[in-house]
Design a protein around this ligand. Structure first.
Ligand SMILES: Nc1ncnc2c1ncn2[C@@H]1O[C@H](COP(=O)(O)OP(=O)(O)O)[C@@H](O)[C@H]1O
Ligand SMILES: [Mg+2]
Length: 237
């Protein structure tokens, strides 16, 4: 089954074409890397998958449902960890999760149980009474991941989830993501750390100036002893 089907998707900001006729299909259960230099159109695409961005050309479907006409349905299937922290820095972290649980119609008990479960899973329990700004960078990222997972979506979209965090915390996050993938989540990741993508993803798409220029599976992106980084640099010059 396809988790995501993007067909002939084009997105303009005024007269700037940010994404140009993108077609891409991702199967359920894939750990997929969306790559491209800054400005390639990754975040724009992600925002349109998750309903944050509007578009008028092409279609995007999540588990067969159109993200524009069946927004309520598709929103439930997707959890987004956005590139920029879009939270109230002063809010207690439990309230941040509780609020999003309420948005998805969970009752108080469901919300409390889920928060405890996620804190446990993501190693946040000892920080549970902190506000967002009191967390270190790696734990901020974890909290944002917890928020994305609050309603237990099947698809997780992680837009540069390891940007600006230290090596150890990055490795810990990798392990967490591997575990989530093993449990059946479909994961779509953007990252500039290509060794991270190589380690985690089984397939990648490379975007360049709004266009899809290549999709590669693991065998292809490590072919002839070349690293993904070398392949990426060659394709995007
Ligand atoms: N809100 C916006 N208004 C105008 N232009 C934008 C906006 N967001 C992104 N862009 C432009 O669209 C292009 C794609 O950006 P983006 O999707 O953020 O790329 P990426 O995530 O791959 O770095 C860039 O040229 C960027 O400057
Ligand atoms: Mg981006």
């Amino acid at each position: 089954m396809n988790a995501l089907e993007i067909q002939n998707f084009t997105k303009f900001y005024s007269d700037k074409k940010a994404v140009d006729n993108l077609s891409l299909t991702i199967s359920k259960g894939e750990f997929f890397g969306l790559l491209g230099q800054n400005g390639a159109g990754k975040t724009t695409t992600i925002n349109c998958i998750t309903g944050i961005g509007q578009f008028s050309q092409g279609t995007i479907k999540v588990f067969g449902n159109d993200v524009q006409t069946d927004y309520q349905l598709t929103r439930k299937e997707v959890g987004l960890s956005p590139q920029e922290f879009n939270v109230d820095m002063f809010a207690p972290i439990q309230r941040i999760l509780d609020y999003i649980g309420g948005y998805f119609g969970m009752n108080k008990k469901e919300r409390t149980d889920r928060i405890n479960e996620l804190f446990d899973l993501l190693g946040l329990t000892e920080h549970k009474d902190k506000t967002f700004r009191e967390l270190s960078g790696g734990f901020k990222r974890r909290l944002i991941l917890a928020r994305a997972m609050m309603h237990n979506p099947d698809i997780l979209i992680l837009d540069e989830p390891t940007a600006g965090i230290d090596v150890r915390q990055r490795r810990e996050l990798w392990n967490t993501l591997k575990e989530l993938h093993k449990k059946g989540k479909t994961i779509i990741l953007t990252s500039h750390y290509l060794e991270e993508v190589e380690f985690l993803c089984s397939r990648v798409a490379i975007m360049h100036e709004g266009k899809l220029i290549s999709t590669l599976n693991k065998k292809e992106f490590t072919q002839n002893g070349k690293s993904l980084e070398e392949t990426f640099l060659r394709l995007t010059q």
